[in-house]
Design a protein around this ligand. Structure first.
Ligand SMILES: [Zn+2]
Length: 408
């Protein structure tokens, strides 16, 4: 960053070029179920606060169809109502965000999958392609899919558009299971018929799935600042917000910071912060590569009137999922890594006063094993480091900082 007075920056706004992007971004996310749902068969309303099977958990349960243990990794989450069993059968399920589009559905209830529905979302993410991250949210084992939801396999792009909170399906046990929602988040290049249970789970496949709860949890709590004039607004940040998720809303359109600069809505030096030690304002030279820190004062300049600047403050309710994905990402930088070693994930909240320790081991192409570690700060869980022991040398890599704007 460079030292630069706020008013100097304002004078340069007129030089900003104007371009146009047309990506429609999804808004804040919500859970796919009603958190206050009450069923007559269940005196305790609501869903469980954590899944019965979490993302990338090793599943040794007995398959009710075969009577044999599953013994595979689970690329998704299994959610149940608080009373379990069949009490949650028929629970309404909703679209999690505005402007999702159906990209696949199957009402023929095949064995294993059952009735299923996949909805695609695009969200502002400065580290994604062109400042956008696109993924598919899958709902499986459904009792039914709402009749008005359509998708024609012969006409690409013909799937129904859905809005946040729109009823899309009901929870079921189709495909041969006890009623539950299998919920997953897939990269868009993933064939939808890929089996969600895998062993071995290759690194390349594991990286194609995300944790649906983590994606949603990071993007539930939205804050907004309205700039009624083209000048600037100042505010003190409440919570820790990665700039990678922030976006600008103007004239009914949403753009990630990078694209808002390209469109001329905000200048490239739009984000200024107050440095308490020097008593001066500074600006970031890259709007989408900074981090809004709790308690710090910011000033944001807009080129247009009535733009709304929005942030997400992650709740950090699914830190183990973030840790696991951090370790997968670290392992992907080592070409020797092949697949995840069976049941080697662990976490230790008491490892250090300030840090939680996670670990995961991998099988290498030459059949040796390699352990990766991740530590998460207890005071700001977006502060993370990863490290590993090199099996060739026995040497410790040292802790490598993970960009706190890097999410999943
Ligand atoms: Zn499942």
């Amino acid at each position: 960053m460079k030292a630069r007075g706020l008013f100097v920056a304002v004078l340069l706004i007129l030089l900003t070029p104007t371009l146009s992007f047309s990506t429609t971004l999804s808004g804040p996310f919500r859970l796919p179920w009603d958190e206050n749902q009450i069923w007559t068969a269940c005196p305790t309303p609501g869903f469980k606060s954590s899944p019965d099977q979490y993302h990338m958990q090793w599943n040794g349960d007995v398959n009710p169809n075969t009577g044999l243990p599953i013994n595979k990794y689970h690329d998704g989450e299994d959610w149940n109502g608080k009373c379990g069993g069949d009490t949650d059968l028929g629970a309404p399920l909703y679209a999690i965000g505005t402007t999702g589009q159906v990209v696949y559905l199957d009402r023929s209830a095949p064995q294993g999958y059952g009735n299923r529905l996949y909805i695609r979302y695009s969200i502002a993410y400065s580290k994604g392609t062109n400042g956008v991250l696109t993924f598919d949210m899958g709902y499986l084992h459904l009792q039914d899919i709402v009749p008005s939801i359509n998708w024609d396999p012969n006409t690409p792009g013909s799937g129904s558009f859905v809005t946040s909170g729109q009823l899309v399906a009901h929870l079921g046990g189709t495909g041969g299971w006890v009623p539950h929602l299998h919920w997953e988040a897939d990269a868009t290049n993933l064939p939808i018929n890929t089996n969600q249970y895998q062993n071995p789970l290759y690194l390349s496949t594991a990286l194609s799935y995300r944790s649906p709860s983590l994606i949603t949890d990071d993007r539930r709590d939205q804050k907004g600042y309205v700039f009624p004039t083209t000048y600037y607004g100042t505010f003190t940040m409440s919570g820790n917000a990665p700039s990678s998720l922030a976006y600008v809303e103007y004239n009914g359109e949403k753009k990630s910071l990078k694209n808002a600069v390209a469109a001329g809505w905000i200048p490239a030096w739009a984000i200024n912060f107050y440095d308490t030690s020097s008593g001066k304002w500074y600006y970031y030279t890259n709007v989408d590569d900074n981090f809004f820190q709790n308690g710090k004062q910011y000033a944001i300049i807009a080129n247009v009137s009535n733009a709304v600047f929005r942030f997400f403050v992650p709740r950090n309710s699914f830190q183990p999922d973030r840790a696991r994905l951090d370790m997968l990402k670290a392992a992907s930088k080592d070409s020797r890594v092949s697949s995840i070693l069976t049941e080697t994930y662990s976490q230790n909240p008491n490892w250090d006063t300030n840090w939680v320790l996670y670990s995961l081991s991998f099988l290498l192409t030459d059949s040796r094993t390699m352990a990766f570690y991740q530590v998460t700060s207890k005071s700001n869980p977006l502060t993370r480091y990863t490290g590993f022991y090199d099996p060739n040398t026995g040497a410790w890599s040292g802790w490598v900082w993970t960009d706190w704007n890097a999410l999943y």
